[in-house]
Design a protein. Sequence first.
Length: 340
Amino acid sequence: MRLALNLTLHGAAELARTAEELGYAAVLAPEGFRSEAAAVLGLVAGQTRRVALISGVMQMPARPPGFTALTAATLAALSDGRFRLGLGVSNPDVARSWYGAGADRPLARTREYVTVVRRVLAGAPVTHEGPYYPIGAPDPVRLMTDPPAPDLPVYLAAVGPRNLRLAGEIADGWIGVFTAPEAVAEAVALIAEGRKRADRDLAGFDVLPCLPTAVAADPATAADLLRGQYVYLMGVGDAEHNVYCALARRLGHGAAAEELRARLAAGDRAGAAAALPLEFIDRTALIGPVPRIAARMAEYAAAGVTTLGIMAAAAAVSPAERLGIVRAAAEALRISGVGE
């Protein structure tokens, strides 16, 4: 198992350089209300030499697929081929209210979107007449980025069973978030079903869950550093369609998710944070001292993880302390016995 680091907008270059020095395999740039991925990765491309760069994830409603392919090819050229394209459909509320885009039939949209992106990246003239993303009419369009990027890996963020099977069928990797080892094992089984549909096995497929990470002698103290990030993500959009609330329900913490949303609606962010059980955070994050984190890493490796994302920016700590988390995670992987 390898490590990846989820970057934050602020301090991205230093975090990425440190991760590269410590042997991390990749860095990911998120996208949402706080920042977009391409600009951050463009900066990091010029600050690093070996580490892979992954959009974690570019939101499909934000860009038509032709522009996404152009952005991906540009980042691949700037980074000497180190870029990997992570895509996600986003929450329906975000798609409609933030991007003014459709959110119906997400699986069909995802399949068509990836098809168009791959065809454009292949470099040949493209005409596509699908129901969601028609391009090339009346004349075919062609990507002219030099060098081309026909083999650029595509990752999908996926949560539900059908989406996980789709990721296995049409993508080269899966990006998960806030997920427990047992949930990873279930996801890998579903991904394998999708691979079988495409007459492929799991060889070379990257299983990459991203976990909030905080280091402290007491796990409860470390968990408290992450509560704000949980509140932020579990508070986005409608509770019924929020993927993080759905995860809490699947792990048996639906009542806590409801209480968090109720307190957030009342303007009580502190109460919303306190509503999360330590057990939920512990099952979906890396918390505690380095030896405890190392043991948890071994659980994720046994579940089928090939690259483990460290979300140091999820912790409410200073930039220097985030660098400390990056170093601590590298040490945890070393002593875990599951690193490459």
